[in-house]
Design a protein around this ligand. Structure first.
Ligand code: ADP
Ligand code: MG
Length: 351
């Protein structure tokens, strides 16, 4: 009777490790689009165009007019942990770019086929390179190119059967991508965005850059939404409570909707903050007679060292220093705005 041995521990193959990690960074097609658009914004682009086929599973293509990528950087572009944005851990405290870990492009090459076309200022032609599993596969070959970079991901999750199956059965990935581009476009109003399905010449989001936030909301979310918005602002400069500035546009008492739309940017990063969203929903529910959910666009700016950007693999949730007091201040500002809009409304209907 041989004593039962515990299972043997082995070292996972590098390719397995990389694919698992990549599946966490790129959870769905929309996560890939977010990473690509953030790279385009980091590259100083003023025009970003997205094309999607099959909800992103067949093709995601993001083209920008940013600074491009140097020829000599192309060999390591899609290796894990290669970045032009960070060099020491301390840099994380002051980082302004949205990317910093050099993981997005690499991840895409482990779960899809990536082709990059790029040209830098002053060059006569660009280069095209394709990547697989972190390494160059074909190229760089010289090719015609206009200003900037185009990144194409084909056959996303081709090597992750279960992921591909679940995504194939859900057809809301394209609308998630449209929603994402809509959100970016109302904050980055100087950048013109478009998003369309492959083969269609009518974009589902299209903004032209230059307009105000309200104009952007009007063109993306519609006239009726933009009609019923009011400006809010709040700030605090007491370091023992919180230090921040908030500006935004929120729906007034006339606005009616079944679902909350909250578009939140913290230090220009598109993020989610469930606690803040709840706090604002509570105010709307308590103040308005009709059970309408709000539309909220908010931009919060706080000292870099008060935001920890590194808590989530997709960088979606951020944690803020003194979050509770910040939420309290914003909540009471929203409440007073909403109360006054509510009385105005009653007053107007009485006349
Ligand atoms: P990160 O954004 O964290 O640095 P990525 O894997 O997303 O990592 O990108 C790696 C590097 O590739 C970036 O640091 C940047 O130098 C370059 N890069 C990626 N996309 C673009 C783009 N659209 N335009 C210019 N450079 C880009
Ligand atoms: Mg990036």
């Amino acid at each position: 009777n041989v004593p039962k041995q515990p299972p043997k521990i082995i070292r996972l193959d590098e390719s397995v490790v990389n694919r698992i990690a990549a599946g966490e960074v790129i959870q769905r097609p929309v996560s890939a689009v977010k990473e690509l658009v953030e790279n385009s914004l980091d590259a100083g682009s003023t025009s970003i165009n997205v094309v999607v086929k099959d909800g992103g599973l067949k093709l995601i293509q993001v083209s920008d007019n940013g600074h491009g990528i140097r020829y000599e950087d192309l060999p390591i572009l899609c290796e894990r942990h290669t970045t032009s944005k960070l060099s020491t851990f301390e840099d994380l405290q002051t980082i302004k770019s949205m990317g910093f870990r050099g993981e997005a492009l690499a991840s895409m090459t482990y779960v899809g086929h990536v082709t990059v076309t790029t040209i830098t200022e002053g060059q006569l032609h660009g280069y095209r390179v394709s990547y697989r599993d972190g390494a160059m596969e074909n190229g760089p070959v010289a090719c015609a190119a206009v200003k900037g970079t185009q990144i194409m991901i084909e056959n996303l999750f081709y090597n992750m059967t279960a992921r591909r199956k679940t995504l194939q059965n859900s057809n809301d990935d394209y609308s998630k991508i449209v929603d994402l581009i809509s959100r970016f476009s109302i904050h980055h109003v100087k950048v013109s965005f478009s998003c369309r399905k492959h083969g269609s010449n009518r974009p589902d989001v299209h903004t032209v850059g230059t307009s105000s936030k309200l104009d952007a909301i009007r063109s993306v979310y519609g006239v009726s939404v933009s009609h019923d918005l009011m400006e809010v602002a709040a700030s605090d400069d007491n370091p023992s409570r919180s230090v921040f500035k908030m500006e935004g546009l929120i729906s007034n008492a006339n606005y009616v909707a079944k679902k909350t739309i909250m578009v939140l940017f913290v230090n220009d990063r598109l993020v989610e903050c469930t606690a803040l969203k709840r706090a604002i929903e509570v105010v709307y529910a308590a103040t308005l007679p009709k059970a309408s959910k709000p539309f909220i666009y908010m931009s919060i700016v706080l000292p870099q060292q008060h935001v920890d950007v590194n808590i989530h693999p997709t960088k979606r949730e951020v944690s803020l220093l003194n979050q509770e007091s910040l939420i309290d201040i914003i909540q009471s500002e929203v409440e007073s705005k909403l109360r006054s809009s509510n009385t105005t409304r009653t007053f107007q209907t009485q006349i």
